[in-house]
Design a protein around this ligand. Structure first.
Ligand SMILES: [Zn+2]
Length: 462
């Protein structure tokens, strides 16, 4: 456990800390951003650019990978790292979020179908298309888990706590999540409590099942007869290691997930329960599901005192710049979010100087005098502190003839080599390169942002 996570510096100003998560696929310097590679790909970004950008870790979705291509195919390939040629630490979710959120979307969509000229429906379908997601056809939700039919082939797929761990073992990400029910805003106290208790019961089952699986892999080479797929995986594995243990399962670390919705008493109760279980890490789930930013931050603040000092803490599904700085102060080490990559594919390009001047420096520096000085030192005019959003929409006509770099203050490959006018042209013509260049840039900016955060914590500025 001590080897897995180590805090290098606790801030004197807040609960923020700089640390290292060690996995068999590399070290993650925290706080860190975890871009989302839903189906085993950071959409539009070839893996060869991952290290160039400085991406330390990525997130894959168990629901999507189990639906297609299926756990067996990934296991036979030697795990998702090899299958997708992703040579960095990976984190997988439990599948719960997708099942519950997509089931909810389905219900909403069916309402919209009554009025199919509805603009909202068109936007929703467009967004679903951008996400590249398919809706599961939920058959049954119970205390035991969820059953649904695959939208690819009608196959009945079951997610229980045990199945979730089994699927995640086959995928083989370094960091895995316990199976949880994510409640949505607004949900009643009664329903949220029931979902939280269910989640706690599922956590115990996940821990027990993982322990048993680990026992089987560590100590009993006999065990049940392996499936054809796992036999192939073992053959692949034996060429890399003389150990008889599966290198996939025994290097996976489990995070317990805190739930409890927007209710302070439930959040505290859930944090107490989950932290007590002594899992390898702790995650906070069920936030940013429709509630206000203030409510979202409250949910993290309420549990900040319960979070472990010697284990990593992950926040599921949050990744906006202004939230990140504040949430790091509560002790969050890692954040996963689709925002930078999804925005990139929609033509929204982050503007580094605005992010620094409007979000980072004001959060870090208390007095306006220091802010002015820092802006000048960074070569940013202080007037920019009052400008608009932290991204531009490259599809706007105003960029048609704009031959300035995509972001003048960015040193990434995209900005060093291409103009706004060219990117505008690519997006207008739906050329694939546009999505790649925009994704490259947004992730580059996100990584530089986290470098700044780690540096500020080391200096006790946040
Ligand atoms: Zn750039």
């Amino acid at each position: 456990m001590k080897e897995f996570f180590k805090v290098k510096h606790f801030s004197k100003k807040s609960k923020a800390r700089v640390g290292e998560i060690k996995t068999s696929h590399g070290v993650i310097k925290t706080p860190a951003f975890v871009p989302v590679a839903t189906k085993g790909t950071l959409k539009a970004l070839p893996p060869q650019f991952i290290k160039e950008i400085g991406i330390q870790v990525a997130f894959v979705n168990t629901y999507h990978l189990v639906t297609h291509p299926g756990g067996g195919v990934i296991e036979a390939a030697g795990g998702i790292h090899k299958f997708a040629n992703l040579d960095i630490p990976l984190m997988s979710d439990s599948g719960g979020f997708q099942i519950f959120s997509l089931a909810r979307e389905k219900i909403q969509n069916s309402k919209f179908k009554v009025q199919n000229n509805n603009l909202k429906l068109k936007i929703r379908l467009f967004q679903a298309d951008v996400r590249g997601e398919e809706e599961p056809l939920v058959v049954k939700i119970s205390d035991d888990g969820v059953k649904f039919r695959s939208t690819y082939d009608g196959r009945l797929i079951e997610f229980t706590p045990e199945k979730s761990i089994e699927y995640q073992s086959k995928i083989g990400a370094d960091l895995m999540m316990s199976f949880d029910e994510c409640t949505y805003y607004p949900a009643t106290h009664e329903y949220t409590k029931r979902a939280m208790e269910r989640t706690h019961g599922w956590l115990i089952r996940c821990i027990n099942y993982k322990r048993k699986t680990r026992y089987r892999n560590f100590l009993s080479p006999v065990g049940p007869p392996p499936s054809a797929a796992s036999q192939v995986a073992k053959n692949l594995v034996s060429s890399f290691s003389s150990s008889r243990r599966s290198p996939i399962t025994d290097r996976q670390y489990l995070y317990g997930v805190v739930q409890g919705g927007t209710f302070k008493d439930l959040r505290k109760k859930s944090a107490e329960f989950v932290v007590f279980q002594n899992t390898d890490g702790v995650a906070i789930g069920g936030v940013s599901v429709g509630e206000s930013k203030r409510k979202m931050r409250d949910q993290v603040r309420w549990v900040a005192d319960y979070l472990p000092k010697d284990r990593p803490v992950h926040l599921l599904g949050v990744g906006q710049f202004d939230d990140i700085v504040d949430l790091v102060k509560y002790g969050i080490d890692t954040f996963d979010c689709v925002e930078p990559t999804r925005l990139a594919r929609m033509g929204y390009i982050y503007q580094w100087s605005r992010i620094l001047s409007e979000i980072f420096f004001p959060s870090v520096l208390a007095t306006s005098g220091r802010l002015e000085k820092s802006l000048r030192a960074a070569g940013i005019p202080s007037s920019s502190a009052t400008r608009g959003r932290d991204e531009i929409n490259i599809l706007k006509t105003v960029y048609k003839n704009d031959l300035s770099p995509v972001d003048e203050d960015c040193k990434c490959y995209t900005c060093q080599n291409f103009t706004k006018a060219y990117l505008h042209h690519l997006f207008k013509q739906k050329e694939i390169l546009g999505y790649t260049l925009a994704t490259y840039h947004n992730l580059w900016v996100m990584e530089r942002f986290f470098e700044k955060i780690r540096d500020a914590i080391r200096k006790d500025l946040i």
